[in-house]
Design a protein around this ligand. Structure first.
Ligand code: SAH
Ligand code: SF4
Length: 356
């Protein structure tokens, strides 16, 4: 088995080149080729000795997931369906906007959490992604969209629950933060979680701490339990308490995502309760009008209802935005990331999540 150098942190790559009898600094050169230049062939790493290139060719590879489908939406959003080494498929999305460019990446194949309105949740968890597979999506998007040397933001809002794949997610963030690679400041990364409380507390201790987004979706325990199954284990109040403990620097806020479901969580009373439950938290609210899909038993509220809900929050002094649905015509919008034809059988992990 050849070693995949694109799956290694710089420290690991240094150990690898030293084990081949080379100096540590060579690892930096290789890291730069892989991450700054998007190179996958050792022959192209022209500042390495001929001898080292030959040795690497015999012992190592630099993998990049294969793009099996690439769709470009009318609004410029690009969806990439990627095939991993074991044949599993995931999706990554490029969302162009001015002035910000955003890469939306996946952390798992499927998701165990089973939120009632989310297509990825319907797949169940098939497997965790490795750190290399998480970071590779960024490398592929940067290369494909011409951003190897331009700034972009990353949102961990693709398929999967990042805090259920904690170690791989953190390792991927370290790989992306590396000075000899993309050098992405954690401020430019947003991690979205359904609210796994112990892992939120763990994240609060991290040195490389991304911005936090929390999928709240309700203003009462009862409603949240009905649509976000992990609430059975971690109550909404416990999630909010973890948010209160989370260290947010002066200029930052926690983003609360709130998917809007007609007749379920979109009334004026819901909006007023939401203001109350967020009291005391440095919050901003992002309203996500439901992206409807076959098999999702909810409807999207009218624009009027959404605006009225948002206005109640804003009038009470909350920062609020309504997410534009991007890439809807190519099934690249939030919660639409499912790869058709992939097994939808329940995995043991999903059964476990259902018992939460
Ligand atoms: N698992 C994480 C991150 C991935 S989902 C989480 O749930 O936070 C990213 C966001 O898309 C979440 O807020 C999720 O609730 C939302 N989402 C899922 N399905 C959706 C749908 N059908 N319409 C709109 N937003 C949806
Ligand atoms: Fe998983 Fe997030 Fe979808 Fe819920 S909304 S099923 S946590 S991906």
């Amino acid at each position: 088995m050849k070693t995949d150098l694109a799956a290694l942190e710089l420290g690991e790559l240094e150990e690898f080149v030293q084990s081949l009898g080379h100096k540590k600094f060579v690892a930096k050169q290789i890291y730069q080729w892989i991450w700054k230049r998007g190179v996958t062939s050792f022959a192209d790493m022209t500042n390495l000795s001929r001898e080292l290139r030959a040795a690497l060719g015999a012992m190592a590879v630099v993998t990049l997931p294969e793009v099996v489908q690439h769709d470009v939406s009318e609004d410029g959003t690009e969806k990439f369906v990627l095939r991993l080494a074991d044949g599993r498929r995931i999706e990554s999305v490029f969302i162009p906007d001015t002035p910000k460019q955003t890469f939306c990446v996946s952390t798992q194949v499927g998701c165990a959490m089973g939120c009632a309105f989310c297509l990825t949740g319907k797949m169940g968890l098939i497997r965790h992604l490795t750190a290399g597979e998480i970071a590779a999506q960024v490398r592929l998007l940067a290369k494909s969209t011409g951003h190897l040397d331009k700034p972009f933001n990353i949102v961990l809002m693709g398929m999967g629950e990042p805090l259920q794949n904690y170690d791989a997610t953190m390792k991927a963030l370290r790989m992306l933060n590396e000075k000899d690679g993309f050098d992405i400041h954690p401020k430019r990364v947003t991690l979205s979680t359904v609210g796994l409380v112990p892992m939120m507390d763990k994240l609060a201790q991290e040195e490389l701490m991304p911005n936090l987004a929390v999928s709240l979706h309700a203003s009462t325990e009862e409603t949240r339990r009905a649509i976000v199954p992990p609430t059975r284990k971690y109550s909404m109040q416990a999630v909010l308490d973890a948010c209160k403990r989370f260290p947010v620097s002066k200029r930052r806020r926690i983003m609360f995502e709130y998917v809007m479901l007609a007749g379920v969580n979109d009334s004026d009373a819901d909006a007023r309760k939401l203001v109350k439950v967020l009291d005391g938290i440095k919050a901003k609210v992002n309203l996500l009008p439901l992206n409807a899909a076959p098999g999702i038993p909810f409807e999207r509220p009218s624009d009027e209802r959404i605006n009225r809900f948002g206005k109640i929050l804003a009038d009470k002094g909350l920062m609020v935005s309504v997410r534009k649905s991007r890439g809807g015509d190519i099934q690249a919008a939030c919660g639409q990331l499912i790869v058709e034809g992939q097994s939808v059988k329940q995995s043991p992990a999903q059964r476990l999540a259902r018992q939460l």
